[in-house]
Design a protein around this ligand. Structure first.
Ligand code: RB5
Length: 145
């Protein structure tokens, strides 16, 4: 189950992402926003991030204007490893090396076709483990009690 979160800046791109997830038969839970009216991205990101942290969802796709606010908020939540991606290589590596569980996208930066390609790579790429597992554990150990 994929947790989806966007603000007004990411709303339109999120509709395209949802169409693509439907084509892939990928299940998702949409935490909003549900219109293009201005809203506060931390409120939405935290709800979706907590659903990943609790195990209700496995991964997330969070979209705002730049991806920055969404990723900053998500990374405050225990167990979240969110990264902003604007290219396919980074999308592959945040899965292989960092076991990222949230992909943050900037709707004001990315052409929709590239965003969809990045989503596909994020969803289809596994974690390499090995020495990268040790490093991810080091990140996880930094979660504040
Ligand atoms: C909203 O205007 C914009 O600040 C937001 O979408 C995001 O880019 C913040 O990081």
């Amino acid at each position: 189950m994929i947790a989806l979160a966007c603000d007004h800046g990411g709303y339109e791109l999120m509709q395209t992402v949802k169409e693509n997830l439907d084509k892939r038969n990928q299940k998702y839970k949409d935490f909003g926003t549900y219109t293009s009216e201005s809203c506060d991205y931390p409120e939405i990101a935290v709800r979706a991030a907590r659903a990943i942290s609790s195990g209700e969802c496995d991964k997330g796709i969070f979209i705002c204007g730049t991806g920055a606010g969404m990723s900053m908020t998500a990374n405050k939540i225990r167990g979240i490893r969110a990264a902003v991606c604007s290219d396919v290589y980074t999308a592959e590596m945040i899965r292989r090396h960092n076991d990222a569980n949230v992909l943050a996208l900037g709707a004001r930066i990315l052409p929709p076709e590239l965003a969809i390609e990045i989503v596909g790579v994020f969803l289809d790429t596994g974690f390499d483990g090995g020495r990268h597992g040790r490093r991810v554990e080091m990140i996880n150990a930094l979660d504040e009690k």
